[in-house]
Design a protein. Structure first.
Ligand SMILES: [Zn+2]
Length: 272
């Protein structure tokens, strides 16, 4: 069932749980993630990030996500992840995405507020929700983070009208181990003066116990998770190929993989 980002995250905020924002690269993983969510009876956010969009055009992704979302009974959000281009957000909204993340985190606070507000106006007119980012979430072996300032977060939330806010509290993108603690004091300071759902990018790098605890106890309503599922996909693919060296048909190979992706994802969803 297709759902908007705002509806799914408001329910998560009210009932104190967190939803997985799963990084999709194509048909097989989207379908497996939706099946896993259906099996666990939880909502899920399917996300198309910059790498995915460089590979597959937005209208194609939207059509695939819609088909997958309509095939299950749990709420499925069709979400554009990390767009720095307002025209791209517009194209995603026109194609049927139900959530867009406008990433103005590299801009000055004033510019970030101005551009994010523009996306919010455009998206809300179409019934689409917007995630913004305040502070900067860095990248493993790349740009370093700038922690979110609670006062800036409060101003950003009020002035833009975003439906969800990605914050930087120790989380880092593309981490291949889960050993980086989130700063719970900074999180409390942000929660104390804002009332919108919070998003943690780089969810793969957060220790699983802390991820689960803060999902239940804080205003964190969405964890973006990519790396740990992509690692599992790569591992499983190598195994399937090694066990079946004679196989060459892509659909046959990926079909064998899909059950494994579903079970890995179910385990992840249970642990949030
Ligand atoms: Zn991110």
């Amino acid at each position: 069932m297709i759902a908007s980002l705002g509806d799914v995250l408001q329910d998560a905020l009210k009932n104190r749980y967190a939803v997985a924002g799963l990084v999709c690269l194509g048909w097989e993983d989207m379908r497996a993630y939706a099946r896993a969510a259906e099996a666990e009876g939880v909502p899920v956010i399917l996300q198309a990030g910059p790498g995915c969009r460089a590979h597959t055009p937005i209208p194609v992704l939207a059509a695939m996500m819609r088909s997958v979302a309509e095939s299950v009974s749990v709420p499925v959000v069709m979400h554009l992840d990390h767009s720095r281009d307002i025209d791209e957000c517009r194209a995603a909204i026109a194609a049927g995405f139900t959530g867009v993340m406008y990433d103005g985190s590299r801009l000055s606070l004033g510019e970030n507020i101005r551009k994010t507000s523009e996306v919010v106006r455009m998206a809300h007119e179409a019934g689409v929700s917007v995630e913004g980012e305040i502070g900067f979430v860095g990248y493993a072996a790349g740009e370093s983070s700038a922690g979110t300032d609670p006062q800036e977060a409060q101003r950003f939330a009020v002035q833009t009208g975003v439906d969800a806010m990605a914050i930087s509290i120790g989380n880092v993108h593309l981490q291949t181990d889960s050993e980086t603690d989130l700063d719970e004091n900074l999180l409390s300071d942000i929660e104390a003066i804002t009332n919108i759902p919070l998003v943690i990018h780089g969810g793969s790098g957060v220790p699983k116990a802390q991820r689960a605890k803060l999902g239940r106890e804080s205003a964190i309503c969405k964890y973006n998770i990519g790396t740990e599922l992509r690692q599992a996909f790569g591992r499983d693919l190598r195994q399937v190929l090694a066990v079946n060296p004679e196989k060459f048909d892509r659909v046959e190979i990926l079909s064998e993989l899909e059950e494994r992706i579903v079970s890995t994802t179910r385990e992840l969803l249970r642990g949030l």
